[in-house]
Design a binder for this molecule. Structure first.
Ligand SMILES: [Zn+2]
Ligand SMILES: [Zn+2]
Length: 211
């Protein structure tokens, strides 16, 4: 299996060229800030509720995020879980551990898909994840990955297109179709245009949830 480029190339996108490091790029999408994280509405949502948990500092992926941030990350995942329970459906978490990333700065996608529809008998994953330590260990040892999970279980996958497309076709795609009016996969540009009212609605719900 062919791997993407080595970990050393992850530093290519520096904070000076990175969308998530340019506050003016993301200002209108920021929903919450903590000491070390932001919760940000995805600018091209796959469905309403699609948001990101993003460390403020520039890391290539969560495999490179230090353990000191784990507690805050978990607290934010729980907050998203509570928010989704009020307005949407339980969260599914997804990360491009650099593999197929479009912004080269760690970000955890949160989708209100409900129960994680990953068929374990397919055994596409390389590792079950019990904590962020497992993600760091994989990244240190193997480099790139992709990650899928919910609040109960999570999995790391080898960065190859066959397993990636399997997850897109069998988990992410159906998750979107089941909880939106969309009937097919759309381009980022389409999602950005069509997503404007979804982002507004998400942020309105978030403000109500925070009160
Ligand atoms: Zn960055
Ligand atoms: Zn992404």
């Amino acid at each position: 299996m062919q791997r993407e480029s080595s970990v050393s190339s992850d530093a290519e996108a520096t904070s000076s060229t990175c969308t998530f490091c340019q506050l003016n790029c993301i200002a209108t999408y920021i929903m919450k800030e903590t000491a070390t994280f932001r919760i940000v509405a995805d600018h091209a949502p796959l469905l309403e509720g699609h948001l990101l948990i993003v460390p403020k500092a520039h890391y290539a992926c969560y495999g490179a995020v230090p353990a000191a941030l784990d507690a805050e990350l978990l607290a934010l995942k729980r907050e998203v879980q509570q928010f989704f329970a009020c307005y949407y459906a339980p969260p599914v978490f997804w990360e491009h551990g650099v593999f197929r990333q479009t912004v080269f700065h760690a970000h955890l996608h949160c989708f209100p898909f409900g129960d994680l529809a990953y068929p374990l008998d397919q055994a596409r994953h390389q590792r079950a994840v019990n904590s962020q330590d497992d993600v760091r260990a994989w990244y240190a040892e193997h480099g790139h990955y992709f990650y899928l999970g919910d609040m109960q279980r999570a999995f790391l996958f080898d960065p190859n297109m066959i397993d990636y497309q399997y997850i897109v076709q069998h988990v992410l795609g159906p998750g979107v179709l089941a909880r939106s009016a969309y009937t097919g996969w759309r381009t980022t540009q389409q999602r950005q245009v069509e997503g404007k009212p979804l982002v507004e609605h998400l942020i309105t719900n978030w403000r109500a949830f925070q009160q």
